[in-house]
Design a protein around this ligand. Structure first.
Ligand SMILES: [Fe+2]
Length: 310
């Protein structure tokens, strides 16, 4: 996301400057498609994947949302080696019409929403802490930790996001976000560049606080899908939490009142759209939805929030 400021920027709260500096961002004019060469995956990369995955496997079984767990169980996402995009994509296509698009890295918002609008989800083949990652960012100071990297990697994209795309209602929600994003960019209402930028930022904030870092109330009805009963107030559905052990642990610790690092806030779509976020740290807040259906419905009813006219 760009940090361009304009006269509408003051409407946002929690503005964090330069949160993704150093990250390479691809646009439509660049060669952004990058096929996965599965035969080139190294033992070291498979080992990094295994460690990340196995570290989270049981904790997610206890705390991730039902949609996530069911999706994960129906896809060939192994716990001990890189997933093969070609094996996963046809299964998602059969279930919900989405496919995976292998990409070279972070996409700018125009490209991201345009791809989403075609029911294509961009996925990267690079993994944190690997030589390929170090090579890409040689000489650039970006975070590359086991628990977190702002550069999208295969672990976040596949382990965090893709299982949800097996769920029809969720897939439709993502599709509607893509359509809305694309429509904001097309600007048929003639709002102008500043408002287009502002409205896109609203949509990105909403996406961040929902499908990237959102929580769901635990109503005690999903324990049949788990090996161990969920003993906190929440279920996790944000892919950014799911793909980070530190973030999952933070949610659990704060929920059990063993840490006060982050707050749990009630869902408020307007507040969320106007609240910026930090890519580079554990989140200081999480917005909690009552149910996935509530989220889908709220998004459907509040689209005008993303066509702010100044
Ligand atoms: Fe993501």
């Amino acid at each position: 996301m760009s940090n361009n400021k304009n006269k509408y920027s003051s409407l946002f709260t929690n503005v964090i400057p330069n949160s993704i500096s150093g990250i390479k961002i691809y646009n439509q004019k660049e060669k952004y498609i990058k096929n996965q060469n599965y035969d080139d995956v190294t033992n070291l990369e498979n080992r990094i994947w295994s460690e990340l995955y196995q570290n989270l496997e049981f904790i997610l079984d206890q705390y991730a949302s039902k949609e996530y767990l069911l999706g994960l169980r129906s896809l060939p996402i192994p716990n001990n080696m890189f997933p093969n995009f070609k094996l996963i994509s046809p299964l998602i296509k059969n279930a919900t019409g989405w496919t995976l698009v292998p990409v070279a890295g972070f996409l700018d918002e125009d490209l991201f929403f345009e791809i989403n609008k075609l029911k294509k989800f961009p996925v990267t083949d690079i993994i944190r802490k690997s030589p390929r990652f170090d090579e890409k960012y040689f000489g650039v100071d970006i975070k590359n930790k086991r628990g977190y990297t702002p550069e999208p990697d295969i672990f976040h994209d596949i382990q965090g996001h893709i299982p949800f795309l097996m769920n029809n209602k969720y897939a439709e929600f993502m599709y509607q976000i893509g359509i809305l994003g694309y429509d904001i960019i097309k600007d048929e209402r003639g709002l102008g560049a500043d408002l287009v930028h502002h409205n896109l930022q609203r949509l990105q904030n909403f996406a961040w606080w929902t499908y990237e870092y959102g929580l769901l109330k635990n109503k005690g009805k999903t324990d049949i899908y788990r090996r161990v009963k969920n003993d906190i107030e929440f279920e996790i559905y944000g892919a950014g939490i799911i793909s980070s052990f530190d973030e999952v642990k933070n949610v659990i610790d704060c929920s059990k009142k063993e840490s006060r690092r982050s707050r749990f806030l009630s869902y408020d779509i307007e507040e969320m759209a106007l609240t910026c976020f930090d890519y580079s740290e554990i989140q200081d807040r999480y917005y909690v939805i009552d149910s996935m259906d509530f989220l889908y419905d709220s998004f459907k009813k509040n689209k005008e929030l993303f066509y702010f006219e100044g």
